[in-house]
Design a protein around this ligand. Structure first.
Ligand code: NDP
Length: 292
């Protein structure tokens, strides 16, 4: 098992990579850093990091190599030429990506004798190393993850989600889907209330209280319906929501707003009712999102 101050290398010092490297340094881990644009190493070197001139130099400095670039295409283009240097080491890839990309990278790594752990960061850079942050991890070699867990714990709480390398990305994208859905609703709500000049700061507390209260019930209700297969509801059925929804889209139109974000929900509600699910609750909608 790695000591509590085991060394690590960080490749990619954007907003997130810099926060990750800084957290390692603050926790006492000797940290080697590399970034394509070298000037970004400056602030970390001031904190005690060792700068590497090349990615290979950073890779060969330590057994644990943490990567955080913009996309997995950039990760592939950076790591593929370094396969030999990476052999026998552990790559923890915290770049946002898809389950398929994670599985492909894991296969590539396995073929070159590299241990690969994929990760999904559930935090913004400012939350790194605070109790609010956690990172999801998955990979075929759980023992390697456990060995590095004390080091990774310096970044954020660690949540292991399984031996399929794609699982961390699957959880990550699913959680972010919930976030983006809320962001869309918030954007449309401010557009609607703002169309009559209501100040956003006046409306914000009402919106927060409402969205948070509804989220609890909606998530619990959807999970219960999906888990039990019992979608009937006495709370808010789909037929009622289908009937009410034209009020939303026509109000958006009348207030000079676009309807693109929410028009698809009318289609979904129409389809649910056409298929005989009018008495069901929102949990039914999840089933209608599968392609035929
Ligand atoms: P930034 O845009 O701040 O940084 C991107 C980093 O990727 C830079 O270090 C950049 O190098 C490097 N990079 C891009 N392309 C290449 C390449 N071809 N070769 C080498 N290096 C490359 O992004 P963030 O740090 O914010 O995000 C990094 C990852 O973390 C993303 O996948 C993001 O989705 C994820 N993430 C970010 C969060 C956030 O709130 N910021 C939250 C959760 C996840 P250079 O400096 O030279 O351009």
């Amino acid at each position: 098992m790695a000591s509590t101050t085991a060394p690590a290398s960080v490749l990619g010092l954007g907003l997130m990579g810099t926060a990750l490297a800084s957290a390692l340094i603050k926790a006492g881990h000797p940290t080697t850093v590399w970034n394509r644009t070298r000037s970004k190493t400056g602030p970390l070197v001031a904190q005690g990091a060792t700068p590497a001139d090349t990615a290979r130099e950073a890779i060969t400095a330590n057994e644990l190599v943490i990567v955080c670039l913009t996309t997995n295409d950039s990760v592939r283009s950076l790591l593929e030429p370094e396969a030999e240097a990476l052999a026998g080491r552990t790559v923890v890839n915290l770049t946002n990506g898809t389950p398929g990309q994670a599985r492909e990278l894991a296969d590539w790594a396995a073929a070159h004798g590299i241990t690969y752990i994929d990760g999904g960061i559930m935090a913004v850079p400012q939350m790194i190393a605070t109790p609010a942050a956690y990172i999801l991890y998955s990979g075929t070699d759980e023992a390697a993850f456990e060995a590095h867990r004390p080091t990774l714990a310096a970044l954020a709480d660690t949540k292991w989600v399984g031996k399929d390398p794609g699982l961390a990305a699957l959880y990550d994208l699913s959680l972010l889907t919930g976030m983006y859905g809320t962001a869309m609703g918030v954007a449309q709500a401010f557009a609607l209330i703002g169309s009559e000049g209501i100040p956003p700061l006046e409306f914000a507390p009402l919106l927060t209280e409402w969205v948070v209260a509804m989220a609890h019930g909606n998530i619990a209700g959807a999970a219960e319906g999906l888990a039990t297969g019992q979608h009937l509801t006495d709370v808010s059925n789909l037929a009622m929501n289908k009937a009410a929804f034209p009020n939303f889209t026509s109000a958006y139109e009348a207030q000079g707003l676009r309807t693109d974000l929410f028009a698809p929900l009318q289609d979904l509600l129409d389809r649910a009712v056409e298929q005989g699910h009018g008495e069901d609750g929102f949990s039914r909608l999840t089933l209608l999102l599968k392609k035929d």
